[in-house]
Every structure is written in C-alpha cells, then in structure tokens.
Write a protein that binds this ligand. Structure first.
Ligand SMILES: NC(=O)c1ccc[n+]([C@@H]2O[C@H](COP(=O)([O-])OP(=O)(O)OC[C@H]3O[C@@H](n4cnc5c(N)ncnc54)[C@H](OP(=O)(O)O)[C@@H]3O)[C@@H](O)[C@H]2O)c1
Length: 377
C-alpha cells in the first residue's frame, strides 16, 4: 500500500530493503531541508471475525490533506527520527469502507467516509477523542467506527479530503460565538484555512465580517465570501494596534463584538484592546508550534497576561478556547455543504509522484488560497 512520508534527515534508501521507495523529493520549510516521498509498505491484514475488530472498519483512502498542526510533526520526523526511518503524515482524509467488523452498525462496504474528530468525547468510552491519527495518508487504515463519518456522494473527493478538521472546528467556533444579527466580527489571519472555514460558516448569519491578513492578494475573493473590509497588517509585533484602518473600524463600530483568532500568540493581546464591552474572543490555535524545535527565534506579541486580563476584566470580555468540535458540528457542516450554505475552498490537487510539490504548495506558497489536497491515482 502507498503512504506519503517524511524521511529522517539521515536517510540512505539503499540500506533499507524492506520498503519500496519511489524517489525522494526535497523542499525547504523555514530554511530546514525536508525529504519526502511516496513509500510502499506491506498491505495490512484485517480479520473481520476477530473479537478486537468487532467495532472496527478498514478504510481505503482516496485522498488526504495536511493542516498547520502537521508542520510540527514534519519537523519532528525530520530532525528527531532515527536514521533510515520515515513517518507517514496526514490529518484529513476521504476513503471508502472496504471491510467491517461483525458489530459495526451504520456503515457498510462501499460507503465513503471522512474522520469524525469529535472532541472532548469520542462518543464511546475507551476510544480516544479528537483526530484519530497523525498518519492519515496511509492508503489502508483501520478505525473504530465512531471515528468515521459517512458522507454523501454530493461531496467530491477533493472537498471531502479537506473537510473534517476545518468544518468541525469552525462550526464549533460559530456555535460558541452565537453571533447576534448585525454583530461586528473580526477574523484574524484570514487566509488561514481555519479562518476561511469560519468566514464561510458565518455566511448564514447576518453579521459584519472584518478580516485581517498579511497579504491583500485575495482581497476580492475574501469580499466575495462576505467579508465587509479586508485589512492588510504587517507580519510583526503590534501590527494591529499600529494599523490605522483597524483602529478606525473599532472607533466607528464601538469595537468588535466577536473575534476569531487562529493564532492567539500573535494577536490576543492586541485584539482585546479593539473589542466592544461584553465581546467574545475565541481561539483554537497557537503560531509557535515548532520554532524551538527548528532553533528559530519567535517573540510572542501576546505575552503580557496582566495587560490581557485587565482588558478582559474591565470590558467584561469572554475569552473562549476551542478544540475541534462535536459530532453534531460536523453533521451540520455536511448538511450545509449539501444545501449550498457552506463553501469549501480548494487551492489545488496533486497526485502521483508530486509529493514535494504537494508539501511546497501546502506550506510555502504565498499565493495559496484554500486547502491543498493529494489524491491517490
Ligand atoms: N484546536 C483545534 O481544534 C484546531 C483546529 C484547526 C486549526 N487549529 C489551529 O489554527 C491555526 C491555523 O491553522 P491552519 O491549518 O488554518 O493554518 P494555515 O492555513 O497554514 O495558515 C496560514 C496563514 O497564517 C498566516 N500566517 C502565516 N505565517 C504568518 C506570520 N509569520 N505572521 C502572521 N501571520 C502568518 C497567513 O494568513 P494571513 O496572510 O491571511 O494573515 C497564512 O496564510 C493553527 O494554530 C492550528 O493549529 C486548531
């Protein structure tokens, strides 16, 4: 079976006869050389009659994608893995059910499935909540049935392969924000996939969306998604507070009622100073997931907790954390996609031996807008 893998930086394919290497691509990520490629491994055996597989499902993947979280995993696999080893990556997928255990209900052979990352509960005691695997590009993989969500034919493979994490997280975020009609909502890092999902999930609500971004390349596209104003910010400390446009919007509107911020270590301390009394701030992520690992400096701009909490307290703000979402959030997103109320933005699709190109586009392309997907032939 095929796998999309990151090789340890000390790799010598001739020394390792067990696996079928289909060539190695090399790209630089944050100036770190990354070696990657397609790896053939032995097919996995699935005994559908065994007791331990009674609730399990064997899935054959057709496509997968990566997220920001995989970047730290890629650096870890590159720098820390033993010589001549590789790590199979991927955190979103679509596949087809090819076999099922004796007690599986609700899924049958031939169904198309994506991951159900339900968190904080998986729905079955003893089955871990959240993302089922950090290696979701494995062509064949066994999952507990509760970790899978059946999807209808109307969702094409390239969308389904980019759906679970963004959709489940953004629907949870919007549910927690529960925006009222006319609310002024700020979305930071607008071009991040999570922010794009949130902007698209807000489409059903009659709200004013303002978005910050470090590049105005996609201003027209963001406006077409319903963003009222796109604000260009520098990629440096205090970029929001020094920005005249955002200060003017905050002054004109009386401050933002809701903020979605995928990188709290970049923006939290600044945005609490731009919010309306009683506003809600929600975050699901941190920018610095790998800087220490690759020995590169990072100075968080939201480091002054006293200042943050002072603003939170005196302005009656709510600070909300969000990790992925519930099964119902994913179901609602699927329903909205089918009814045309949720758009999923796909940047590009790669296949065959285009492994280096897939990672280059996912993590390095300044002009990426939306998810990058890899499809098996
Ligand atoms: N906890 C959860 O359940 C969960 C789920 C999903 C995502 N997340 C988190 O959400 C965050 C975003 O993930 P993602 O996959 O959506 O990310 P992504 O698509 O890789 O985000 C890339 C975007 O981040 C911004 N950016 C990149 N480098 C920057 C820099 N040096 N300074 C300022 N902005 C920079 C840029 O947007 P602009 O140019 O538009 O500013 C860029 O387009 C991550 O922290 C991730 O871990 C968490």
């Amino acid at each position: 079976m095929k796998n999309v893998a990151i090789y340890a930086n000390k790799i010598n394919q001739l020394k390792n006869p067990i696996y079928g290497f289909n060539g190695i691509d090399s790209i630089d990520m944050n100036d770190v050389p990354i070696f990657c490629g397609l790896v053939e491994t032995k097919d996995i055996q699935f005994d559908k009659n065994s007791l331990q597989n009674q609730f399990k499902v064997l899935v054959k993947k057709t496509a997968f994608s990566c997220n920001y979280r995989d970047k730290a995993i890629i650096f870890e696999a590159t720098i820390k893995s033993p010589e001549d080893s590789f790590f199979v990556v991927g955190s979103d997928f679509v596949g087809e059910v090819v076999d099922i255990g004796s007690e599986v209900i609700g899924l049958k052979i031939g169904d198309r499935v994506i991951a159900n990352n339900a968190y904080p509960e998986s729905g079955v005691p003893g089955v871990i909540a959240g993302i089922p695997s950090n290696s979701e590009s494995k062509e064949y993989q066994v999952f507990h049935q509760v970790k899978l969500m059946k999807i209808p034919r109307q969702i094409p493979d390239e969308v389904a392969a980019a759906f679970s994490i963004g959709a489940q997280t953004s629907y949870s975020i919007v549910r927690k924000l529960n925006p009222t009609k006319g609310a002024n909502i700020l979305v930071t890092a607008a071009k991040s996939n999570t922010s794009l999902f949130v902007i698209n999930a807000l489409k059903k609500y009659d709200v004013n969306i303002y978005a910050t971004t470090t590049s105005k390349l996609f201003e027209d596209e963001l406006k077409a998604l319903g963003v009222k104003e796109v604000i260009l910010v520098d990629s440096k400390a205090n970029s929001l507070l020094e920005n005249q446009s955002i200060q003017k919007i905050a002054a004109k509107t009386g401050g933002f009622n809701c903020v979605f911020d995928p990188f709290f270590d970049l923006y939290l301390e600044q945005v609490v100073q731009l919010m309306a009394i009683g506003g809600k701030y929600i975050t699901c992520g941190i920018y610095d997931q790998y800087c220490e690992l690759i020995n590169q400096p990072f100075t968080p701009s939201s480091s002054n907790l006293n200042r943050v909490i002072s603003y939170v307290m005196t302005n009656n703000l709510e600070i909300i954390g969000n990790c992925i979402g519930l099964t119902e959030d994913l179901q609602n997103a699927i329903q909205d996609y089918i009814s045309g109320d949720l758009k999923v933005i796909i940047d590009s699709v790669f296949t065959g031996n285009q492994i280096g190109a897939f990672f280059e586009r996912t993590y390095n392309a300044k002009d990426r807008f939306g998810k990058v997907v890899y499809k098996y032939d």
